[in-house]
Design a protein around this ligand. Sequence first.
Ligand code: ADP
Length: 260
Amino acid sequence: MTALRGARPLVRRRRQRGRSGGAADWPLGAEVAVDGVVKSYGQIEALRGISLIVQAGEWVTITGPSGSGKSTLLNLIGALDRPDAGTIRVAGRLVPEPRQAVEFRRHAVGFMFQDNLLLPYLSAQSNVETALIATGLGRRERAARSTELLAEVALGERARHLPSELSGGERQRVALARALANRPRLLLADEPTGALDSASGERALDLLGAMRERHGMTLILVSHDPVVAERADRVVRLVDGRVEAADLRSARGRRPSASE
Ligand code: ADP
C-alpha cells in the first residue's frame, strides 16, 4: 500500500503533461493477470479456475450467459471480493484483500455499473466530486477536476443538474466521469450499457473507447450482449465459471477516436 501511494506523484506528473501533449504521453494502463482463480458461494462454484492475461491498455469484454461468473470475476479483479484460490495481479501487484483495498480502489481502479449508482440528491458535478474526496485533493482542485471531467464527457452544460433531470445516457456519462475521477489505470465496467437503448448504448461505448485511449487505461467490460462485445479488442467468453474461448479481434482494428 505504501508503495502504491509512493508511486502516485510520478504517475500524476506524467499524466498532467499528457493532458496537453496528447494521448501518446499517457501511460498505457495496467496489465491484469488472473491465475487459477476459483470462487464458490456455498455449493455454487461461480469460478472454476480462471486464468487470463489482459494486456496494459487492452479492451477486453467478458461475455457469457447469465450466471457464468462474469460479475464475480470483475468483482474479484476490483478487490470487492476475494478468491478462494488463485491470484490476481494488477500492474504486477497482488490485488489486496477487500478490507485492505482502500488504497487500491482509491488510486488504481475505476468502476462503472449498469445502474450507474449516482447519488440522487447531488448534482452531476457533486457526484463526480464525491469520488475525489478520498484522493485528498483540495476543494478547488476537486471542483476544477470535476468540471474538466464533465466537459470531457460532453456534460459541461449539465453540471448543476440532478440525476433525475438527466437522460439514462447522460447519467451513464456522469458515472463514467466519476469512474475516471481518480485517474485509474484500470477501468472495470459491469453491463455499462445494460440500462440504455441501443443508440445511447452505442454512444456510451464510443465514449468509453475514446476515454480509454485518451487516459491510457486498460478496460475490462462485462456484458452478455454480443453487440457490445463486438467493440472490444478481445472477447473472453465464460461458461459455467470457465473460460470457453478467447477471440483475438485485432483484425477488426476499430478504436473509436476521441472526436467520434
Ligand atoms: P454473471 O455475472 O455471469 O451473470 P455471476 O458472477 O453474477 O454471473 O454469478 C455466478 C454464479 O454465482 C451464479 O450462480 C450466481 O447465482 C452465484 N453468485 C454470485 N454472487 C453470489 C453471492 N454473493 N452469493 C451467492 N451466490 C452468488
